[in-house]
Design a protein around this ligand. Sequence first.
Ligand SMILES: Nc1ncnc2c1ncn2[C@@H]1O[C@H](COP(=O)(O)OP(=O)(O)O)[C@@H](O)[C@H]1O
Ligand SMILES: O=C(O)C1=C[C@@H](OP(=O)(O)O)[C@@H](O)[C@H](O)C1
Ligand SMILES: [Mg+2]
Length: 167
Amino acid sequence: MAPVAVLVGPPGAGKTTVGEAVAAALGVGFADTDTIIEQRAGKPIPDIFVEDGEPAFRALERTVVAESLAAFDGVLALGGGAIMDESTRKLLREQTVVFLSVELADAIKRVGLGAGRPLLAMNPRATMKFLLEQRRPLYTEVATHTVSTDGREPAEIAPEVAALLRA
Ligand SMILES: Nc1ncnc2c1ncn2[C@@H]1O[C@H](COP(=O)(O)OP(=O)(O)O)[C@@H](O)[C@H]1O
Ligand SMILES: O=C(O)C1=C[C@@H](OP(=O)(O)O)[C@@H](O)[C@H](O)C1
Ligand SMILES: [Mg+2]
């Protein structure tokens, strides 16, 4: 079993929002690894970062992503940093992976002051700029499809993603 598609991209790309709409359009299930992580940990992501530290979050994320890739057959959204892990990138080589791209201006507009995203809690703009530059090659490496989201609404992006998955 494998997901119909895996959505990757930076925070604010719309993985969660667009992913839900794509799954609905295709009539398949939707899952977000961040939600599964929160269920497993029994607390929200910011609390995991503060109480257990980022390495503990990344370890749980690696496990949840691997399990979901093996067992889930709908549309799967990953957290923005999941692709930092080399073993995760390796697993993604066998998957249909849609990179939702977003540039700094729109990403910042969408995540605001970073509420609920602990990495962006301080200096959201500088941090986002760094994350985008550091991760862009990794998103590109794992992507089988790339869809730009800048200046576009989810209502326009989701049908485009659904269409390319049907093709
Ligand atoms: N294309 C878009 N245009 C405008 N706002 C968007 C778009 N995609 C997502 N959003 C909004 O941006 C915020 C972050 O979206 P989300 O789906 O959580 O992104 P991700 O999961 O990639 O971090 C949400 O408030 C969402 O409603
Ligand atoms: O970019 C990251 O490292 C993270 C992105 C978040 O997911 P979204 O990309 O859905 O915001 C979430 O997994 C966590 O806060 C870490
Ligand atoms: Mg998300």
